[in-house]
Design a binder for this molecule. Structure first.
Ligand SMILES: [Zn+2]
Length: 308
């Protein structure tokens, strides 16, 4: 039997995967199209992307279900396909490993709106949507659920509860931070700082504290976040920074942090306490290959040192 994710991260750091959204665009998904529907309509394209990540050395692959809740799918007329979209996504991610051991993390992204009294969605609607998605991911056989790009603790809580109710074997709570205008610190769009988020994630029974995406959260800032998490929690930490800040070049969104540049931050992240290092928007299989190479070199040096 495969070692559970929560056990393996105690033994060694793992490499996550890179971006899905920007890779789907490269594969032909139009701006504003429903990337999650591709799990049913273009499974070969999704598999191709994830297989490149697995081949580059990802230990963990995140399902193509960021917008896979009923509320998000409804915008594209796919509200009736929640279970199929999410189960197919788990199967594709599993297939990407090609029989190698690896961990499939079922992705739950924000529901994409605001709850009452600020917005139009009731708490019950959001809860139902997360419950339905989490159940499909767990039924599909995901090794964990990653609740990603969260900015609000209320929404995060509903998604954690849904993951628990679905029986997820491991729950990862991942926040998106933005660097403040004066550059002195970072917090989520809803004003949550990393200490508060980590304490909240732990209190509510999730198993891994994480951060992904955000604005201005490059590898060095992500390292600050890991240190701030580590100061308040002993839970494993996962990190997935963007490949820099998006820039508009010839009407195309470009992320400009190269694999080399981002790679320099990998070992410092692990030394600061990160157990899983992947990357978010704009990253590619080349980024992940470089992360893998640098982490393996670092681990080899450590074990040579331990033998000497
Ligand atoms: Zn991102």
């Amino acid at each position: 039997m495969k070692t559970p994710l929560l056990d393996i991260v105690k033994a060694r750091p793992l490499i996550g995967d890179g971006a899905m959204g920007t890779q789907l665009m490269l594969a032909g998904l139009e701006q504003g199209g429903c990337g999650e529907a591709w799990n049913l309509t273009h499974p070969d394209k999704v598999l191709g992307i994830q297989r490149r990540y697995a081949d580059a050395g990802s230990d963990c692959i995140i399902t193509n279900t960021f917008g896979g809740s009923r509320i998000m799918l409804n915008r594209h007329g796919h509200a009736g396909d929640v279970a199929e979209v999410n189960k197919a996504a788990v199967a594709i991610a599993r297939e990407a490993f090609g029989g190698k051991p690896g961990y499939v993390l079922g992705d739950v992204g924000p529901f994409g709106g605001l709850m009452e009294p600020y917005g139009d969605f009731t708490e019950a609607q959001v809860r139902d949507a997360f419950n339905e998605q989490a159940r499909a991911l767990v039924d599909g056989g995901a090794d964990a659920i990653i609740i990603e790009t969260m900015t609000s603790l209320e929404e995060l809580q509903l998604a954690i509860e849904a993951s628990k109710a679905a029986g997820a074997p491991c729950i990862i709570g991942s926040m998106a931070y933005d660097v403040t205008l004066d550059g002195s610190t970072f917090r989520t769009m809803m004003g949550i700082d990393p200490e508060r988020a980590a304490a909240f994630i732990e209190e509510h029974g999730a198993h891994v504290v994480a951060l992904n995406c955000g604005t201005g959260m490059e590898m060095e800032r992500a390292r600050d976040a890991v240190l701030r998490y580590r100061a308040v929690t002993s839970l494993p930490i996962m990190v997935q920074p963007n490949a820099g800040v998006p820039k508009l070049v010839n009407m195309k969104v470009v992320y400009d942090e190269s694999p080399d540049h981002m790679g320099c931050g990998v070992v410092p992240l692990v030394e600061a306490g990160a157990s899983i290092v992947g990357a978010c928007c704009g990253s590619t299989p080349d980024h992940i290959r470089e992360f893998r190479r640098l982490l393996d070199a670092h681990l080899a040096t450590l074990s040579a040192g331990a033998r000497a």
